[in-house]
Write a protein that binds this ligand. Structure first.
Ligand code: GTP
Ligand code: MG
Length: 318
């Protein structure tokens, strides 16, 4: 059995031929298959709708279990048992109630220079630590849409935590993304492969909005842009849930007029607001101090905040 769970052949209704067809299209395992919806699978395989429905249903049952109903008491227990991924900035870890939770999407939104990329770098290192040190002993995939990834920054951060800098670099898979379609393909196939085969536990998209803003310009293309954005966010959430991984997105801000003043709001409209689980807003405070504030979250208190600063060693407490 691959790390991703059951093999394709273990699924009812999938014989060697179908398994071969699915693999030739980049689908690796039953878990990976279970991420697809019927329309997507018909499009890439040309199978009939009836057949697609049948194998997707069996794949979901095999992967997620037929019985997905749990009592809230059990859920509460499983919440206590989740492994949190620490940023190793105490104020931020406290704000996040111990660190990032898996199966959720975190958004860091803020103006240029507020530390979004720095935090992503730091998490790419801390994810590699063992659980007793606040990590999850995993690798990271960094989907870089802005040419922001910096190996030297990773090395500095690794040194701060007494980790071997080269080993830290070795556990980060950087994918340069050129446009929205490319991002979709990378997430649907490459990211899943890295999760299944290379121990990736953290998926970073820095930034989610840049490509869409550049590609779908003007009011007339806004609806199309939002639809595409929604599509990719939905995929990220499917991956997060099925593979129990941590997902972090960075986002830019817009100046929105409010009477005589302008306020900064995360870009991406309602689509992004609804798709992310925890929305965190980053802003500059006095001198070199930055602030992270909870803007929207099902569990974190609204407007709670944490201070941090960016130094030669990464992101630190003030
Ligand atoms: P955009 O991507 O432009 O929207 O900004 P961002 O929020 O991603 O900013 P980022 O995380 O890249 O933070 C940039 C800040 O980190 C700048 O103020 C830099 O001065 C600071 N910074 C980056 N590298 C270093 C470093 O090696 N040492 C120190 N002291 N600061 C650094
Ligand atoms: Mg950045």
């Amino acid at each position: 059995m691959p790390e991703g769970g059951p093999d394709l052949e273990d699924i009812e209704g999938i014989g060697p031929k179908t398994a071969q067809l699915l693999r030739s299209k980049g689908i690796l395992s039953a878990k990976h298959l279970a991420l697809f919806n019927p329309e997507e699978l018909i499009e890439i395989t040309d199978m009939t709708p009836d057949r697609v429905d049948k194998i997707l249903r069996s794949a979901r049952e095999a992967v997620l279990g037929a019985n997905r109903i749990s009592k809230a008491t059990e859920l509460a227990k499983s919440f206590d048992n989740i492994t949190r991924l620490k940023t190793h900035v105490n104020s931020i870890d406290e704000l996040l109630q111990g660190g990032l939770e898996p199966k959720a999407i975190y958004e860091f939104a803020g103006e240029f220079g507020t530390g979004k990329t720095q935090l992503c770098h730091q998490l790419s290192v801390t994810v590699q630590m063992s659980p007793d040190k606040g990590g999850v002993a995993g690798a990271a995939v960094y989907l870089d849409t802005e040419e922001a990834f910096s190996p030297s920054r990773i090395m500095n951060i690794a040194q701060r935590f007494d980790m071997d800098p080269n080993e830290a670099l070795d556990n980060i898979y950087v994918i340069k993304v050129v446009n929205a379609v490319d991002l979709e393909d990378r997430i649907k196939f490459d990211v899943v492969r890295l999760i299944e085969q290379s121990n990736v536990k953290l998926v970073i998209v820095d930034s989610i909005i840049a490509l869409y803003r550049a590609e779908f310009r003007g009011r007339e293309r806004l609806a199309e842009r939002q639809q595409r954005l929604n599509y990719i966010l939905d995929w990220l959430m499917r991956i997060a849930k099925v593979y129990n991984v941590y997902v972090v997105l960075t986002n830019q801000v817009l100046d929105v007029p409010m009477g005589y003043i302008e306020v900064k709001r995360p870009a991406g409209g309602n689509v992004l607001a609804h798709a992310v689980t925890h929305r965190l807003f980053l802003r500059k405070s006095r001198e070199d101090v930055k602030v992270m504030e909870v803007l929207d979250s099902p569990r974190l208190p609204f407007k709670a905040s944490a201070m941090f600063k960016i130094t030669d060693k990464g992101v630190e407490d003030v």
